[in-house]
Design a protein around this ligand. Structure first.
Ligand code: F3S
Length: 64
C-alpha cells in the first residue's frame, strides 16, 4: 500500500504526522513532503488513521 500526497491541498495541519511521525515527514514549514509514501507491512492501520485525520483530504490511499 502507498499513500499519494496531494501537495496543493496540504495546509500544514500536521495531524498526519501527529498520528504517525514515522510515516509522514514534514518540511520546515510543517507541510507534508512531496511524493508518494510507501507504507511498510504492519503500519497499514496506523497509516489509514492518519490519512483519515487530514481535514483537507490531502492524503489518499492507493492500494494498487
Ligand atoms: Fe497536510 Fe493534512 Fe498532514 S493538511 S500536514 S496532509 S494533516
Amino acid at each position: 500500500m502507498h499513500i499519494v500526497v496531494h501537495k496543493a491541498k496540504c495546509q500544514g495541519h500536521a495531524r498526519c504526522w501527529a498520528q504517525a511521525p514515522n510515516i509522514f515527514k514534514l518540511d520546515d514549514e510543517g507541510y507534508v513532503l512531496l511524493g508518494d509514501i510507501n507504507v511498510a507491512q504492519g503500519d497499514e492501520l496506523l497509516a489509514s488513521r492518519a490519512v483519515r485525520s487530514c481535514p483537507e483530504s490531502a492524503l489518499e490511499i492507493d492500494r494498487t
